[in-house]
Design a protein around this ligand. Structure first.
Ligand code: HEM
Length: 490
């Protein structure tokens, strides 16, 4: 097994769901909602389509650690700053592949995101692919990111000229899918030439929604209740596989040399052991990157655009920054993107209120005591609820529900405890694509802000759709082309 960094742990080599009573000997110390029904559990007042938002609402009532039971499965949720910091201690805790993530195993197998800590392919793929996210690699992706962004601008120009509102989540999904597909795999899905989403996107949304749904259906009833959904899911999975197989076959036919993620997967051996990724694992990784590499970023961009449109003063300040920092330059260079400090704060603040990957699970490497109060057996796990952590008044103040990008001004960040902002997870299994996502999203926001004023649709109230990730639903914006600082080329 490749071993250049500390493995994420071998705790709890248990696959499949592990209910909390097996791992938490003093479960009675953890509060649960008051009206628990026999057999059904804590289902009153909750909706199967919004488990995350329901949990965040419960968190405020039940405190920094709580549990929910549904159909015989008990989950522990953690969101208090102190307990989250404890779970971030890599010497005692590691990623847990559970709940929604484990449901993606049939699609993504031992790909980076869904691999169990003890699976050798995690370390192998991590070490082979990490250089694909170095500063140098990112600099190479930048021109391709600009190409895709230009397609978005052309599309939005049409909307602006026609006076029609643009479909924000739909267009952000086109943008981010094209970006990861082209930068990572040299593949063009042609999303902007299509009226409807690419079938890959439809299949992906189907598998994510199915993975979430499987958590909310009793195991015993799943064969009955999910029969039709299982069939659709099998078809979706087959489409994901065949799309990816085509992408890989095209590279084999046309030859490599791009130095992108796919080249790394196909050609690069592990620096220490000389091992290579197998064909089956490459398939899993390509699916993983195509899905993980676009869905969450498109949500982050969509929420940011929503808040910008709702807060004219923030919009004006962000536009002023882009005009000042980029000036009339047609093509912002790689280095110019990170200089948009305020735009980046807008993005961080949007990810604070709506972390588009709404949580991550942590398991005990050995028997331990969480926060000095809650004993956990080896392999016991808890879900960190980022949406609640990010709205904790103790960490963020009484106005935690308000949108205010200045919370991410350097001094404000320094004054907060560590581990209260976790949109990208934590530790060895934190997001490998963090810099990629931030660069892409800041670049695109800069280009959009420079070109348009954003106007909300009258009466729109934010509604958030859940399919493992979070996405604003039905968000449309009207655009006005600005006269200042629109830059020539992009
Ligand atoms: C705003 C955008 C993004 C957010 C909020 C996000 C969030 C996350 C989170 C929370 C995790 C950890 C999950 C866990 O602990 O179970 C994660 C892991 C991961 N992300 Fe991201 N992500 C984003 C963008 C990206 C992009 C652009 C890529 C690829 C280009 C990517 C690829 C991955 C991969 C491969 C992992 C698994 C890493 C490992 O376990 O070794 N993500 N992401």
């Amino acid at each position: 097994m490749a071993q250049t960094t500390e493995p994420a742990g071998t705790a709890g080599r248990v696959s499949g769901f592990r209910s909390a009573e097996l791992g938490w000997p003093r479960l009675e110390r953890i509060p649960h909602p008051p009206r628990r029904l026999p057999l059904l559990g804590d289902v009153l007042g909750v909706h199967p389509r919004t488990p995350v938002q329901d949990s965040v609402a419960m968190a405020a009532r039940l405190g920094p650690i709580f549990r929910r039971r549904a159909f015989g499965k008990e989950f522990v949720f953690v969101w208090g700053a102190g307990l989250t910091a404890d779970l971030a201690d890599e010497s005692r805790f590691a990623k847990h592949v559970g709940v929604g993530v484990a449901n993606l195993r049939p699609v993504a197998g031992d790909g980076l995101f869904t691999a169990y800590n003890h699976e050798p392919n995690w370390q192998l793929a991590h070490d082979v692919l990490a250089p694909g996210f170095s500063r140098e690699a990112m600099g190479g992706y930048h021109p391709l990111m600009l190409d895709v962004a230009r397609q978005l601008l052309a599309h939005w120009d049409e909307g602006e000229r026609a006076g029609t509102a643009v479909d924000v989540p739909g267009d952000m999904t086109k943008l981010t899918l094209e970006t990861i597909a082209r930068t990572g795999f040299g593949h063009d899905f042609g999303s902007f030439e299509r009226d409807r989403p690419h079938p890959f996107v439809t299949a992906m949304v189907g598998t994510l929604a199915f993975a979430q749904r499987r958590n909310t259906v009793p195991v015993a009833l799943a064969p009955l209740l999910l029969r039709g959904a299982e069939r659709r899911n099998a078809a979706d999975t087959a489409l994901l596989n065949s799309t990816v197989d085509e992408v890989v076959a095209a590279r084999a036919r046309d030859g490599g040399g791009q130095g992108d993620l796919l080249d790394r997967m196909l050609e690069v051996a592990h620096p220490a052991t000389g091992e290579r990724l197998s064909a089956e694992n490459i398939r899993r990784q390509v699916i993983t990157f195509l899905v993980a590499g676009h869905e969450t970023t498109s949500g982050a961009l969509s929420f940011a655009l929503h808040y910008l449109a709702q807060h004219p003063a923030v919009l004006a300040r962000a536009q002023e920054e882009v005009d000042r920092v980029w000036g009339p330059t047609g093509e912002p260079g790689y280095e110019q993107v990170a200089k948009l400090r305020y735009v980046r704060r807008v993005l961080d603040e949007s990810l604070r209120l709506w972390p588009t990957a709404p949580g991550f699970a942590r398991e005990a490497r050995e028997d331990t005591v969480l926060g000095g109060v809650h004993p956990m057996r080896r392999g016991a796990w808890a879900l960190v609820l980022a949406g609640a952590l990010h709205r904790d008044p103790e960490a963020w103040g009484e106005d935690a529900e308000e949108f205010d990008p200045d919370r991410f001004a350097p001094q404000a960040v320094r004054s907060r405890p560590a581990h209260v902002f976790k949109p990208f997870g934590t530790g060895a299994r934190a997001c490998i694509g963090r810099q990629f996502a931030l660069h892409e999203a800041t670049l695109v926001l800069g280009l959009l802000l420079r070109r348009y004023d954003l106007l909300p649709e009258p009466g729109y109230r934010l509604k958030v759709a859940e399919r493992l990730t979070l996405m604003p639903q039905g968000l449309r914006l009207r655009l006005n082309r600005r006269s200042a600082g629109t830059g020539a080329g992009a």
